[in-house]
Design a protein around this ligand. Structure first.
Ligand SMILES: Cc1cc2nc3c(=O)[nH]c(=O)nc-3n(C[C@H](O)[C@H](O)[C@H](O)COP(=O)(O)OP(=O)(O)OC[C@H]3O[C@@H](n4cnc5c(N)ncnc54)[C@H](O)[C@@H]3O)c2cc1C
Length: 465
């Protein structure tokens, strides 16, 4: 098995050896600078050019565009209907419904963009299946179902019994499920690479290996400084994922954790045996979620959101390569699909996850002309296109449905500072792991475990959907 930070998708897309574009050197001007060449930054740059083709847009990327989480994730293009109850509680019904509707539309917009732009990102609109693997999880989605009913969002989620669930994927662990038709999968690195290519075609200037060290506003402009150069711009979009923890105004706005994945050798016979041919992306119903999907080359990609908390902003190391975590992930994969006994796992990898305290993404104005998008909490592939639209509108000073969404400058929820964030987060993570293991085994978790795992909610920090 190959185990590296880049993962299977970048290798499959033939991008591993892609030479970086020229770094930023010297001083220059621009209309908008985008910091970070993941999905958020690239969608923002695309939507800016779409609205104002004459705008000078510069993307500054620390490594190579799409080589961070955007090129290595599970490829679930999800809506946010499962966050509807949480969003109702924060934003109220009408605003929550608008965000959920726009996030749902974002899934189709990713697919439509791939088609229009002739980007073969393996977009497969098979919907999303949230399965229960123990009695404790059998009605995890009931608040989502009733929220959709109460707000008139019919058809956004459907409850499936054991038989209907097995008809979509016959894992022996599945008891029942909720099915969300607005969901798809992509080959993440192909999508990121397609975005990068089309941005270059559209005249966006991209500098790679150009890590931004400071962003300051002076005299009506934003000065963005990288190691060997500076850009002065009318506005700036911050889209650096978990690295936004390094930007002072956002230090208490997010935490970083990690997620790890494995992918099997091609197993077409097994996918047939499971009856898993609808292209559904699937998760269980835990807060420390297991997620899995099939691929166009007939593999099963499987990940776990139970990775370690990141200390401060140290995003390399075990946030990317964690042998202990990936061997657990491989073990969990075989629990969901015991039929895989004797089949090979070809590749393992991982990456950081930018977690917002509410588990809902945030667009935050951090200066007069600087706007950040972050906090997807492991669910950014679909919503980043919507957030990119909001960031584009804000950077151009345009008021529209996206720039007015409730996730734009929501009430602030601050996470504890370091070292409490890492120490406390690690203790709480372990308690949640113990609690969910007990629930999965149909045991009642102990009182200390229940008490510790409930601390975040008591602090107003949401865990799980
Ligand atoms: C293993 C794993 C599995 C996941 N699975 C899914 C999934 O199935 N579905 C889903 O919706 N989400 C998933 N996610 C989350 C998803 O990948 C992210 O939500 C999404 O990629 C966020 O995109 P982004 O552009 O905001 O951030 P990123 O992809 O992190 O991009 C940020 C970019 O900024 C660059 N950068 C950082 N610092 C600087 C700096 N100082 N200057 C310039 N550039 C900088 C980075 O190099 C990076 O390229 C997963 C994540 C991981 C790690």
């Amino acid at each position: 098995m190959r185990h590296d930070a880049q993962g299977y998708w970048i290798a499959e897309a033939g991008l591993s050896g892609r030479a970086p574009l020229e770094s930023l050197t010297g001083d220059r001007g621009a209309d908008v600078v985008v910091v970070g060449g993941g999905y958020t930054g690239m969608w923002a740059a695309w939507r800016i050019k779409e609205r104002e083709p004459g705008a000078e847009v510069v993307v500054l990327e620390a490594d190579r565009c799409g080589f961070g989480p955007s090129g290595r994730n599970g490829g679930f293009v999800n809506s946010m209907w499962f966050s509807l109850p949480t969003m109702r509680a924060i934003f109220g019904d009408e605003k929550a419904l608008t965000v959920a509707r726009l996030a749902g539309e974002s899934v189709g917009q990713v697919g439509a963009w791939c088609e229009e732009q002739e980007v073969d990102a393996w977009f497969t609109p098979g919907g999303y299946l949230q399965a229960s693997t123990a009695p404790h999880f059998d009605s995890t989605w009931s608040a989502i179902v009733s929220s959709c009913e109460e707000l008139g969002a019919e058809g956004r989620v459907e409850e499936l019994d054991r038989e209907a669930t097995a008809a979509r994927c016959a894992s022996p662990l599945f008891r029942c499920a909720a099915y969300y038709p607005q969901g798809a999968t992509v080959q993440p690195a192909r999508l990121a690479d397609g975005l990068r290519r089309r941005l270059l075609d559209a005249g966006v200037v991209i500098h790679e290996r150009s890590a931004v060290r400071s962003v300051t506003e002076k005299g009506g402009e934003v000065v963005i400084a990288a190691d060997m150069g500076t850009v002065r711009a009318k506005s700036c979009v911050l889209a650096a994922g978990s690295s936004l923890l390094r930007f002072r105004p956002l230090r208490r706005a997010l935490t970083a954790t990690s997620s790890h994945m494995v992918i099997t050798e091609p197993v077409p016979d097994l996918i047939d045996e499971l009856g898993w041919r609808g292209g559904e992306c699937i998760t269980d119903s835990r807060a420390m979620v297991h997620y899995f999907r099939t691929t166009q080359d007939d593999r099963i990609a499987f990940g776990w959101g139970g990775g370690r908390i990141v200390r401060g902003a140290r995003l390399g190391g075990r946030a990317e390569i964690d042998r202990e975590m990936t061997s657990q992930v491989a073990e969990h994969l075989r629990r969901f699909f015991p039929q895989l006994a004797g089949r090979r796992i070809d590749h393992a990898w991982g990456g950081p996850i930018d977690v917002s305290p509410t588990h809902v993404p945030v667009v935050r104005t951090t200066g007069e002309r600087t706007y950040a998008g972050f906090g997807y909490t492991g669910n950014g592939v679909g919503p980043s296109q919507m957030v990119g639209r909001a960031l584009a509108s804000l950077a151009l000073g345009v008021q529209d449905e996206h720039s007015r969404m409730a996730i734009v400058d929501p009430p602030r929820v601050r996470v504890p500072p370091e070292p409490f964030r890492f120490a406390g987060g690690t203790v709480i993570r372990r308690a949640i792991l113990r609690k969910e293991l007990a629930e999965e085994e149909d045991r009642v978790p102990g009182p200390i475990t229940r008490m510790v795992s409930g601390i975040p909610e008591r602090m107003g920090i949401h865990v799980g959907r």
